[in-house]
Design a protein around this ligand. Structure first.
Ligand SMILES: Cc1cc2nc3c(=O)[nH]c(=O)nc-3n(C[C@H](O)[C@H](O)[C@H](O)COP(=O)(O)OP(=O)(O)OC[C@H]3O[C@@H](n4cnc5c(N)ncnc54)[C@H](O)[C@@H]3O)c2cc1C
Length: 580
């Protein structure tokens, strides 16, 4: 049994994939999607000598972790920090790119609110001087007040944050951004997410951590770091896309086949297993026989392309998974008009922009000619008012908002580019877990050689490391291991128990009414003979679902939306559409 602890030794990713004695694969493994999950799986398979074909619907690799290039400017879909507590993932990154291609970046990010910049994580001195003595005093009182009179409803995100920071700081620093991101009020969201996302942070931590760091230095052990407070991270000098472009080259160098602008349009299932995948490219379709399918395409879309079609209840579950979408407007401005932050959170309610990246600060190799690119980020629903604006309208809006914030004069903006990213955030609502479970079970019972991996592939709101680690363990499963991919947690330890059951450590966020974490609970019955056959049990054996590392809030279906999506999110099946 392969060791599978995130901090343990899975063996060098490119080395021999664990001892298996599995029969060599004659038909290829078809990997759907050339994002981090798909390319990680493909590189490992190709490195082990397995036949592998990667199909990617888009014309660039990297998925959401791509780097977009326009007229020589390069920018991310949101800035992508490379930070992980999972050693095999970190080793993989460093096997793909040599040390000279990595930059170690100090993190700087602030909150913009009410015309002022606040350090983030919040620092006492800076917050006090920005707030002014009177408001700071009132915030202090408000913090003391909640010590004596905690919020009535502690089960909501609002209640959770207020109890840690007080009402006034909550209004200054949390309320608006959360509303922009999720389009619902924090009083509608369960406390679980706050516990996870702001885990380890409190007013005390925010004050103590900078003092501790200045005396004792930065924490060297990544596992001891509170993710929200990480102060430095690695970054490929030409952006995250560089990692995946290089990885794609290495897949091909190891004998793997990569087919770009090729979409998987059908997964054919016969006698309890997937036997072929139909792919479409340039108007032509082709059927490829498969030994396994590793799918990082959205789970909702995967369920819909099964042939013969899955039962109606599985289709209904697939159609009932939703997403928050994302668009960024990259504005070119003179370098001196930029700011020193990697990104700024925009809490000001008078503008729609939620966050602004300064790509020149992420890496000087992304920009040129004494200019920088500011990425104005908008959280949207595919088809809503902002999504359907023309690119020119979006550039005009972003320019106006940049000027309204007082950061850059409108006349300083020299050019603008729009990038739309559908399905950027898988939405967790009150029924998503059941929906995922229905789809997952169907595959486990009817086509256990189809392996969903990655972010949208498993409908898990997670970073690259989670996507990659699910892919790594899936490759080990194909070679005979029995990891429960759905139990992978990149924040907590994932243990392989001796009897083949997986478990995560017991440290978990406190549970609110919606359950302690977002992961689909419980085991799916395994097929009798496929690679996923073996013991699958709930990670802790007690039937409770587990988190997976990074979590998103559970958005109740009944919560009033603060913006109205004009198109149902999650409706489109098409692959990513980057326009500009
Ligand atoms: C705003 C934002 C900021 C982020 N910041 C960070 C960060 O700082 N650090 C970090 O580690 N992570 C970050 N992430 C998360 C990271 O982007 C994802 O975790 C990662 O890209 C997921 O990889 P994946 O391979 O699972 O999926 P994806 O990146 O979604 O890749 C899936 C691929 O499948 C392809 N595909 C879809 N359908 C088909 C089909 N039918 N046929 C063929 N191909 C298909 C898609 O075109 C795509 O290329 C961020 C995400 C967002 C939205």
């Amino acid at each position: 049994m392969a060791s599978a602890e995130p901090n343990g030794t899975t063996g060098p990713p490119d080395g021999p994939v664990p001892p298996t004695g599995h029969p060599s694969l004659t038909d290829p493994v078809v990997v759907i999607g050339a994002g981090p999950a798909g390319l990680t799986a493909a590189r490992l398979l190709a490195g082990a000598g397995d036949p592998v074909v990667v199909v990617e619907a888009d014309d660039v690799v990297g998925g959401i972790s791509r780097t977009v290039e326009r007229d020589g400017w390069r920018f991310d879909i949101g800035g992508h920090r490379f930070f992980t507590k999972v050693r095999p993932v970190e080793e993989f990154w460093h096997q793909v790119l040599p040390p000279e291609d990595f930059l170690l970046r100090p993190r700087m990010s602030r909150i913009y609110y009410d015309g002022k910049f606040y350090d983030y994580p919040i620092k006492l001195g800076n917050a006090l001087s920005n707030l002014g003595l009177v408001e700071a005093f009132l915030c202090g009182l408000s913090f003391l007040w909640v010590r004596i009179h905690p919020p009535k409803d502690m089960s909501t995100l609002e209640g959770y944050i207020v109890s840690n920071y007080g009402w006034r700081l909550y209004r200054h620093f949390f309320k608006t951004y959360n509303e922009k991101l999720w389009a619902v009020s924090a009083s509608e969201i369960s406390a679980d997410w706050g516990a996870q996302r702001i885990k380890g942070m409190s007013l005390w931590n925010a004050v103590w951590e900078p003092i501790r760091t200045s005396v004792a230095g930065r924490r060297r052990d990544p596992s001891k770091q509170v993710t929200s407070l990480i102060e430095e991270f690695e970054y490929p000098k030409f952006g995250p896309g560089m990692m995946w472009e290089r990885c794609a080259d290495q897949v091909e160098a190891r004998g793997g086949i990569l087919r770009m602008e090729t979409a998987a349009t059908a997964v054919h299932v016969e006698n309890g297993a997937a036997v072929a995948v139909t792919v479409a490219s340039g108007g032509r379709e082709e059927r490829i026989g498969v030994s396994h399918v590793i799918s990082s395409m959205p789970l909702t879309a995967l369920a819909r392309i099964v042939e013969p079609p899955v039962p109606a209840e599985v289709l209904a579950a697939a159609g009932d998974l939703h997403y928050r979408d994302f668009l960024t407007v990259a504005l070119v401005v003179p370098e001196e008009r930029g700011f020193p932050d990697n990104w700024i959170y925009i809490h000001s309610p008078e503008v729609k922009v939620g966050r602004i990246q300064n790509f020149g600060v992420w890496s000087p190799y992304l920009v040129k000619d004494g200019r920088t690119c500011l990425g104005m980020e908008y959280f949207v629903f595919e088809g809503d008012e902002l999504w359907t604006c023309t690119d020119d309208e979006l550039v005009t809006l972003a320019t106006k908002e940049l000027a309204a914030i007082g950061l850059v004069e409108a006349s300083d903006v020299e050019a603008g580019y729009v990038v739309r990213m559908p399905k950027a955030y898988p939405v967790y609502d009150d029924v998503y877990r059941d929906n995922v479970q229905v789809i997952r079970r169907w595959f486990e019972e009817n086509a256990p050689n189809v392996h969903p991996v990655g972010r949208n592939g498993m409908h898990k709101y997670n970073n690259q490391d989670h996507s990659m680690y699910t892919a790594m363990l899936t490759v080990e499963n194909i070679h005979g291991a029995h990891h429960d991919i759905w139990a992978v947690n990149v924040e907590e330890e994932y243990h392989e128990t001796t009897d083949g059951r997986s478990a995560v450590s017991e440290s978990r966020p406190p549970s609110g009414p919606s359950g302690p974490g977002p992961g689909p609970s419980g085991p799916g019955p395994s097929g009798p003979s496929g690679p996923s056959a073996g013991t699958r049990t709930p990670p802790t054996g007690d039937g409770r679902p587990t988190g997976t590392g990074r979590d998103a809030p559970i958005i109740p279906r009944s919560a009033p939306r603060l913006v109205s999506p004009t198109a149902r999110p999650g409706g489109a099946d098409r692959a990513r559409n980057v326009s500009g």
